[in-house]
Design a protein around this ligand. Structure first.
Ligand code: AMP
Ligand code: ZN
Length: 138
């Protein structure tokens, strides 16, 4: 993808703080970390895919191994870690090259990723939702 900033970073055309690279995957430090202590790292396939649903099974397997590898380092960097992956603008995706955010966590770091507001299902509604998702798996 010609205009993709992450493709340009992967090709070395623009600089980034790279932490890992292998044949199919790439990881670098996010320039705008969620926590003031930093370490927020982006992990992605080298091939340009836009959404998680676009990734080939082979690249997804390789990517999941790299996510685990980087996670092991970040679990030592911080005291815990969140993994976030945004698909489409409505979900907060601004760079259309699929990527996982690995965010190390620290005591009182002010990051509130896990504190989304919660809602309730009406009587019988949760079963209908499960049925709908099961049908969408087909
Ligand atoms: P998303 O909102 O999931 O698309 O996340 C895009 C992320 O890419 C943001 O957290 C940005 O801070 C990060 N980002 C954008 N440009 C760069 C860059 N040149 N180097 C490092 N991280 C970047
Ligand atoms: Zn790209």
């Amino acid at each position: 993808m010609e205009d993709c900033i992450f493709c340009k970073i992967i090709k070395g055309e623009i600089p980034a703080a790279k932490v890992y690279e292998d044949r199919d995957t790439f990881a670098f430090v996010d320039i705008r970390p969620a926590s003031p202590k930093g370490g927020h790292t982006l992990v992605m396939p080298k091939k340009h895919y836009e959404l998680i649903t676009d990734i080939s099974d082979k690249d997804m397997k390789e990517l999941s191994l790299t996510i685990k590898k980087i996670s092991k380092a970040l679990m030592k960097y911080g005291k815990g870690m969140n993994i976030i992956q945004n698909n489409k603008k409505i979900a907060g995706q601004y760079v259309n090259h699929v990527h996982f955010h690995l965010i190390p966590r620290f005591p009182n770091d002010g990051v509130d990723i896990e504190k989304w507001s919660v809602n309730k299902y009406k009587e019988g509604e949760i079963e209908k939702v499960a049925e709908k998702i099961k049908n969408l798996l087909k």
